[in-house]
Design a protein around this ligand. Structure first.
Ligand code: NAD
Length: 727
């Protein structure tokens, strides 16, 4: 756990060395060992000073999230945090110089251990990052980070680290004063030891800046005019960005304001309370479950079928060099894989490569890529119109037009060239994979790889397993998704698969609200207040109302009598067929898109969908109500509808085995369509409410708004038996 030694000159080295792990982890055990070692060194008269170091490649990359996620006893947790504070104050005021030798990445709890040393020397390690990622998981740096960092660097420099979880490189850490010195890799321990020796020789009592007489916060404290201004702006910006859905950055701001208004010890006591509150909150539990453990399992390919050797990829074929094809080509080339980019003509294929050149060109302009690096990547993309060029591809992905006949034709042409073992994948967004596989001569090797737009940026790939898809094809496809650095979720075949199906309910609910006569500005604002990245009407414009209309028509044709018409179908038909407003791509949808200014709601909308429902919300004043108001709705109910309509459809996906696991639903929603992480995901949110409360809410909504909110039997059973989705 920890190595302890004292050299001939009385310098103790306390070295973190977590057993059985490649990284050091801070938890009750390792902190216990650290406390024991430090107390021993401080009490031993033979020890003159202390160097804190790491036996791993990095210093300490963070705390034990399983321990935090599992904490349920607030009083015990609060007491344990206060013990950490006592230990760290004991080190700071112990009278012996303590220096940290930071050989690599130092994050979260590791940074707090370092900040509680008198001196920090870092190795000039280009891979090292420093910071406090806690906020990204709904937490705050709870071992003094919100107090020590701004006292060291000033509030302004500390803000992006604490409030956004920004990780910085060695040079910047030095510049803002988070570390004291940078030395050659491998020289950090010697340099730290030298500082300790010098401090011992000086005979002065080592003190942290905040314990020295006359200490002033760099740049001024919270009650100076500059500090006031900064905190007021930060508060307003936070509210604008998060609608108060995320308690962590708010609590961090409170810790800084309240804690820096007083002395360090009182500040630490304040921080301990806010930290305990966050650790106990469902928000941090949701974020840790989905964003950390769920994503970690997905990225480790936890659900990959066993016994299939890992597939190496050297050459991949991309059919269709449009928006999606070009993006997938970029991601593939970036992973060091050659990609044959095929379209109906070489000129059309070149267009896809031009897109890549343009996007990477932007990276160069921002100083994030060199021209040579771009040329090397472009050299991997081979535009063509000749199917013969696909020979030797381990995988071919099609992203041609969303037409069954075209997809069938390109499948046949590609399969005539590629090896018997090669995989053929479709990037269709709506067409069932089992149906598309009928065009294939080896349906076992046929699979769905559903990317999101823009494909070069979006982190999720929804892998769709058709009826005939083999386990080996699934396993090898998962290898590809990981190699290009994306996160896979695996789903079974169904109309709209998982992501399009559930994401569609959010857009449809917005359109239903519009048809009911709820003011459109309120509908979209409610979406943002719910935590979604874009309101449902604005989103319909983005994906195109025409697409919503086309999918409705196709589904109606496919299902015949079984099809149940929805409000969204009528609204989309009216917008597209009657009014010719197709969405953003046609410059006209629910919004207008003037060339010389920002978009705004279409002024003709009120005539088409007269406002009939008033909103009784104090939060959204100034919504103009035109027309006759005949009913009222609360903002809370709009938010509830926009969120629960997604959850209930997700439960149906689980019941129908479209989804294989609840956590896939949550990870997929957050990465796929920006579902608000504070809710955990569509299932995470039901878990947060509890099954019983979710059933009560859905029963109420179903009685008022119809069967789309009807409670699935599985959820009702869960409520009755007092069970939950997650442990
Ligand atoms: P797009 O229109 O931008 O590109 C399609 C490309 O396919 C065009 O370059 C076209 O020339 C080419 N093409 C058409 N017929 C061809 C053929 N016979 N042989 C070779 N190339 C041919 O479309 P897109 O947005 O890139 O979508 C492509 C596929 O990806 C569709 O199936 C779509 O449903 C799916 N998809 C799209 C999105 C999205 O947001 N755009 C997201 C996920 C999936």
């Amino acid at each position: 756990m920890l190595n302890y030694s004292v050299d001939a000159e009385g310098i103790a080295t306390v070295e973190f060395d977590y057993p059985g792990k490649s990284q050091n982890i801070l938890n009750a055990k390792s902190m216990g060992a650290y406390a024991e070692a430090m107390r021993k060194a401080l009490a031993d008269p033979a020890v003159k000073g202390i160097v804190v170091a790491s036996a791993k490649q990095d210093f300490i990359a963070g705390g034990d999230l399983a321990e935090l996620a599992g904490a349920t006893d607030a009083a015990a947790f609060h007491a344990a945090i206060n013990d950490w504070h006592k230990l760290m104050r004991g080190i700071e005021l112990g009278g012996k110089p303590v220096a940290a030798a930071l050989n690599g990445t130092t994050l979260g709890g590791g940074m707090e251990v370092a900040l509680a040393c008198h001196h920090r020397v870092a190795a000039d390690n280009p891979k090292a990052r420093f910071g406090f990622p806690e906020v990204t998981l709904g937490l705050l740096p709870g071992a003094g980070g919100t107090q020590r960092l701004p006292r060291l660097t000033g509030m302004q420099a500390a803000a992006p680290l604490l409030m956004e979880g920004k990780r910085i490189k060695t040079a910047e850490a030095l510049k803002i004063g988070m570390i004291h010195a940078v030395v050659k890799v491998g020289a950090e321990r010697t340099a730290a030891r030298q500082w300790v020796m010098d401090a011992v020789a000086s005979g002065a009592k080592p003190l942290q800046p905040w314990d020295a007489k006359g200490f002033k916060i760099p740049g001024g404290g919270p009650n100076t005019p500059g500090g006031m201004q900064m905190l007021m702006a930060a508060n307003a910006m936070l509210r604008e960005k998060t609608y108060d859905n995320y308690p962590a950055p708010k609590h961090i701001l409170s810790c800084v304001y309240e804690g820096l208004s007083t002395n360090l010890d009182t500040g630490l006591a304040i921080e301990a309370r806010y930290f305990t509150n966050l650790v106990m909150s469902p928000v941090s539990k949701n974020m840790i479950r989905s964003l950390f453990f769920g994503m970690q399992d997905a990225n480790k390919l936890a659900s990959r079928p066993a016994g299939v050797p890992t597939q190496k990829y050297t050459k991949i074929g991309m059919l269709g060099a449009g928006m999606m094809g070009a993006g997938i080509a970029m991601s593939t080339a970036t992973a060091g894989i050659d990609i044959v980019l095929l379209d109906t003509s070489v000129a059309a294929a070149e267009k896809g490569k031009d897109y890549a050149r343009k996007q990477w060109g932007k990276q160069i302009a921002r100083g994030r890529m060199t021209a040579e690096a771009m040329e090397a990547l472009l050299a991997r993309i081979h535009p063509t119109a000749a199917y013969a060029d696909l020979a030797g591809c381990e995988l071919v992905i099609e992203a041609v037009f969303e037409k069954r006949e075209i997809k069938a034709a390109v499948t046949k042409q590609a399969e005539a060239v590629i090896g018997a073992d090669a995989i053929f994948a479709s990037n269709t967004s709506t067409l069932p994979i089992t149906g598309l596989a009928e065009a294939s001569v080896r349906p076992a090797n046929f699979i769905g790889l559903h990317f999101f737009s823009p494909a070069e940026k979006m982190p999720l790939v929804e892998i769709i397993v058709g009826k005939a898809t083999s386990d080996a094809t699934l396993a090898r496809s998962m290898d590809y998704v990981r190699v290009i650095g994306k996160t896979p979720i695996v789903v079974n075949d169904s109309r709209g698969f998982y992501t399009s199906r559930v994401f569609g309910t959010y857009v449809s609910e917005g359109m239903a609200l519009l048809e009911e006569g709820v003011p459109p500005a309120l509908i979209d604002k409610a979406g943002l207040i719910a935590g979604m990245p874009v309101g449902p009407l604005a989103l319909a414009d983005e994906v195109s109302i025409e697409l919503v209309h086309k999918i409705a028509q196709q589904t109606r044709a496919d299902l015949g009598k079984a099809y149940v018409e929805r409000a969204a179908d009528r609204v989309a038909a009216k917008m597209v067929a009657e009014l010719g407003r197709l969405g953003r791509k046609s410059g006209a949808g629910f919004y207008d898109y003037p060339a010389d200014g920002p978009k705004h709601l279409w002024s003709g909308l009120a005539a088409q969908f007269p406002v009939k429902v008033g909103a009784d919300s104090p939060c959204v004043p100034g919504i103009p109500l035109r027309g006759q108001v005949t009913a009222m709705i609360s903002l809370d109910e709009i938010v509830e509808r926009l969120i629960l309509v997604q959850s209930v459809e997700t439960v149906r996906c689980l019941d129908e085995k479209v989804l294989r696991a609840a956590i896939d639903a949550d990870v997929g929603a957050i990465l796929g369509w920006g579902y608000p992480p504070f809710r955990g995901g569509p299932i995470g949110w039901l878990h947060t409410l509890s099954a019983a409360q979710a059933v009560a809410a859905l029963d109420r909504l179903a009685a008022k708004y119809g069967p789309r909110f009807a409670v699935p039997q599985s959820l009702r059973d869960m409520a009755k038996e007092g069970k939950s989705f997650y442990a």
